[in-house]
Write a protein that binds this ligand. Structure first.
Ligand code: AMP
Ligand code: MG
Length: 405
């Protein structure tokens, strides 16, 4: 593969996503164990939610014909949430509480703040139209409709919605199995002393956390020496019963970059070197039929390329439907970036309050080796290819929360 050619980010994502196949296995889980998982099947609504018209407030249920300012009505009953509602005697009102079912014959509820209670009567301080303060049957979900479609990632609100239709067990796609390999003779695990020439293995921990946060199951986490043989052997082991091999480092142009070399010789290398900053050395291919995504070694580059390139692929393979690509926000830049580059730049950035609204500021040092910049940042600001940015220009911003949510 020619070393001078850089693939654009968009082209790379198109190529990589074309290889993404949703996992075929499913798990059936208790509802409270499904957070972050992806639904494998449509869920239909077996009954209207709410199942009956009910009161949105504490007050009095009556017929709107009687709901006239100044009217005095006898209170003929009392319905609390959870009780059967019965029938309203004409010309009367019934004491009712939030969530209680509306009695037959009533079509409006007046808030208790809008009546004066005198012994067993109420005097209305204002009129109320039909339907006032009533949450109609089926308002939230109508029987027979699809509450949630297959491919939906379950957030707390979707889990609550499934509970509201009585679902106790849920079919979800099984988690994606990922083998995580860090490469480099210089790497030492945290907790060990550092000898001259060594650095702590950072990516293993960043990537592990990113994979955990995105719902993957890590089947193997190994640190490889920079040797052809060790790389080949560990890739062979990693390729078994795994959906993705994710590596960091060793995919650049040097002779110590064995991941790229082994993929070229013993696997496939379909993509290498992106027009992306940070993240030029990025490889996509396969080894013994298992997809391999080789991320750059520099810690900030590994983080950014995971979020922008690996995550869309992972989402698609986890069965998530819809557009796998993240949605950015359009915001004014509070910085200038006057050096145009043929590579699309992702600046570690955050949103701050400007005099005329929110603006995007970026960390002053964007070195791909500096992870402190990513800890300061809350997202990534995009400088498109061959473009300069002047203060006030509108740019795309991806918040980490949106990317990882
Ligand atoms: P490489 O692509 O292997 O040449 O790595 C590029 C840079 O990233 C080098 O400075 C490496 O020392 C550094 N690097 C690679 N892997 C890691 C890692 N797991 N943790 C911290 N730094 C790393
Ligand atoms: Mg290396």
């Amino acid at each position: 593969m020619a070393t001078d050619h850089l693939t654009s980010v968009d082209e790379a994502l198109t190529q990589i996503l074309a290889h993404a196949r949703p996992v075929s296995g499913q798990d059936t889980l208790e509802l409270d164990a499904c957070l972050g998982r992806v639904l494998a099947g449509d869920y239909r609504v077996p009954m209207d939610v709410p199942p009956a018209d009910n009161s949105a407030v504490d007050g009095y249920a009556l017929h709107h014909r009687d709901a006239i300012a100044g009217a005095m009505l006898p209170v003929s009953g009392r319905i609390a949430a959870g009780e059967a509602s019965g029938e309203l005697a004409p010309g009367t009102a019934v004491r009712i509480f939030t969530g209680a079912e509306i009695p037959r014959g009533a079509d409006t509820v007046i808030m208790q703040e809008h009546v004066e209670r005198q012994d067993n009567h109420i005097i209305l301080s204002r009129a109320a139209p039909a339907g006032n303060n009533i949450r109609p049957r089926g308002q939230d979900l109508a029987q027979g409709t699809v509450a949630l479609h297959s491919g939906t990632r379950l957030r707390p609100q979707e889990i609550g919605l499934l509970a509201s239709i009585g679902v106790a067990q849920v079919d979800v796609f099984r988690p994606l199995r990922v083998a995580l390999l860090s490469t480099g003779d210089e790497l030492v695990e945290p907790g060990m002393p550092l000898e001259p020439g060594q650095i702590y293995n950072t990516n293993r921990y960043t990537l592990k956390a990113l994979l955990q946060q995105s719902g993957c199951r890590i089947t193997l986490a190994e640190t490889l020496k920079d040797s052809r043989e060790a790389t080949r052997r560990t890739l062979q082991q990693a390729a078994r019963d795994t959906d993705l091999i994710l590596t960091s480092g060793g995919v650049s142009v040097g002779e110590e970059d064995h991941v790229r070399q082994v993929l070229e010789q013993d696997g496939t290398l379909s993509l290498w070197r992106l027009a992306m900053k940070p993240g030029k050395p990025l490889a996509f291919g396969s080894f013994h039929g298992t997809p391999v995504l080789g991320l750059p070694g520099n810690p900030a580059a590994a983080l950014v390329t995971f979020m922008m390139i690996a995550l869309p692929w992972i989402r698609r393979c986890q069965g998530e439907s819809g557009d796998a690509l993240p949605r950015g926000e359009q915001l004014p830049a509070a910085f200038s970036h006057l050096k145009a580059s043929p590579r699309r730049e992702y600046l570690r950035a955050r949103v701050e309050a400007g005099s005329a609204g929110p603006v995007v500021t970026c960390y002053p040092n964007q070195s791909s080796g500096m992870l402190s910049s990513a800890c300061w940042a809350e997202g990534l600001a995009v400088v498109p290819e061959n473009t300069t940015v002047n203060e006030g220009d509108t740019i795309t911003y991806y918040s980490f929360r949106e990317l990882m949510g």
